[in-house]
Ligand binder design. Structure first.
Ligand code: AMP
Ligand code: MG
Length: 421
């Protein structure tokens, strides 16, 4: 941890600034891993986290088969790769789902995609390259023919005993398809984690209500619930909680025994109206971090009983960005996801950064993908209250502290499309 001291705006408290890397490491080390699992049918498995490896007990395909509608031929040695036309008697017909008889040298069978290639067949030629002759009793092929054309060999995709899906993946359609292809009909997945949420701020009014002087609509409530739903969490939402210590403690008490994690927004600074910190400290343990980043800064982490606790800042962009950068990997780890951290790609800044800043910045940018690497343009207003910037942006670029650069600088870009899932 960086021990740089900072004036936090409150007489009695001086808190250290923590780097984003240290904060994330701390959170990931502290995240308790889900141990409860259940079995789900394939149709219910999408987006669940796989809790045990899936092995195949068969080869896929289970037999050599045709990749084409065409003719399976028993090519004689002197017919292999030989120029000039050859004629083959059609001695069988093999649709998918049936098996054929042995084909003698110089003969062939009509065959359809996915049907097992019969004994004797050593190549398959697509029907478009075969001409039916003699009342459709023979085919003639004019081009040189090689062995093993259009034959999909047994085990081409999967071999008996292969681990086809690994513990800790979030199941996608293709994962479910692969399980189905080896005949697995249920998957062991981790139970959903339960997240209790409430929101602080006496200035907040729910959308649909009427604003009086000094009031604002509660957007964080919708941000947080949507983000958690997106991540497949079960959400218990207590809504707005009055800015008093008693109400804040009551809300925590209500959630602590039934939830794996409690999350709040706002009230984590150190003013008299910020009751989250004292409430969590009273009922559990709390680390309040000032993180060396912008937007963001205050982030609270601790526990209330067996429930983990994360308090996000109140400013809407800060709440969303700190959720994505810290809470998301933490929750993914809790969910049992193996690769729980955010992925980034490299993009080029389409602007100069002339002034060195003391904190790491996460700038809302849009990408111009017409160049390689893509160019990132920043939203003109980067304030932590400017929620429009999140709607406009494709993602966040990370600008290290104490740096300046010119247009073209290569930086890390975190796509919102990926983090919002
Ligand atoms: P706080 O962290 O409670 O001091 O709040 C910081 C800023 O975020 C203030 O301007 C609050 O009005 C605003 N804010 C806090 N909670 C919300 C919320 N749920 N929705 C929108 N803005 C909020
Ligand atoms: Mg507040």
């Amino acid at each position: 941890m960086d021990n740089q001291q900072v004036d936090c705006g409150c007489d009695q408290v001086v808190q250290p600034l923590m780097s984003t890397t240290d904060a994330l490491d701390f959170l990931l080390n502290a995240a308790p891993k889900n141990t409860n699992t259940r079995s789900v049918a394939l149709d219910d498995a999408l987006g669940q986290i796989l809790a045990s490896d899936v092995c195949s007990s068969i080869n896929v395909p289970g037999f050599d088969n045709s990749a084409m509608d065409g003719y399976a031929i028993n090519l004689k040695n002197d017919q292999v790769n030989t120029p000039g036309g050859f004629t083959f008697d059609i001695t069988d017909r093999i649709p998918a789902g049936s098996t054929g008889k042995t084909i003698n040298p110089g003969c062939c069978a009509r065959i359809f995609t996915g049907a097992p290639t019969p004994k004797g067949a050593n190549t398959v030629i697509m029907q478009e390259e075969c001409e039916l002759i003699d009342n459709d009793s023979k085919i003639e092929i004019y081009r040189p023919i090689s062995l093993n054309e259009n034959i999909r060999p047994m085990g081409n995709d999967i071999t008996n005993g292969d681990v086809i899906l690994k513990t800790g993946i979030k199941l996608r359609p293709q994962d479910i398809a692969l399980a189905a292809s080896v005949g697995v009909d249920t998957l062991e997945v981790f139970d959903k984690i339960k997240v209790g949420v409430f929101f602080t701020g006496d200035e907040l009014v729910d959308p649909g209500g009427e604003l009086k002087d000094g009031q604002i609509f509660n957007s964080n409530r919708y941000t947080l619930v949507a983000l958690l739903n997106n991540m497949g969490c079960e959400v218990v939402n207590l809504g707005n909680v009055e800015d008093t210590l008693d109400s804040t403690c009551n809300a925590l008490e209500q959630l602590k025994s039934s939830c794996d994690l409690i999350m709040t927004t706002g009230g984590v600074s150190v003013g008299e109206e910020d009751h989250v910190k004292p409430a969590v400290e009273k009922l559990g343990n709390l680390n309040l971090w000032r993180i060396k980043m912008k937007p963001g800064k205050p982030l609270a982490f601790g526990n209330v009983g067996d429930s983990q606790f994360i308090g996000l800042p109140g400013n809407p962009v800060s709440a969303m960005v700190t959720f994505l950068l810290f809470a998301r990997p933490f929750i993914r780890k809790m969910q049992g996801i193996e690769n729980c951290t955010n992925n980034s790609i490299k993009v080029a800044a389409n602007f100069n950064w002339n002034k060195s800043k003391p904190r790491r910045e996460f700038i809302r940018v849009r990408l111009d993908n017409s160049t390689t690497p893509a160019k990132a343009d920043q939203y003109p207003k980067q304030g932590s209250d400017v929620l429009s910037s999140m709607v406009w942006a494709d993602g966040l670029i990370e600008i290290p502290e104490k740096t300046t650069f010119n247009q073209g600088e290569i930086l890390k870009f975190y796509p919102l499309s990926e983090m919002m899932s």
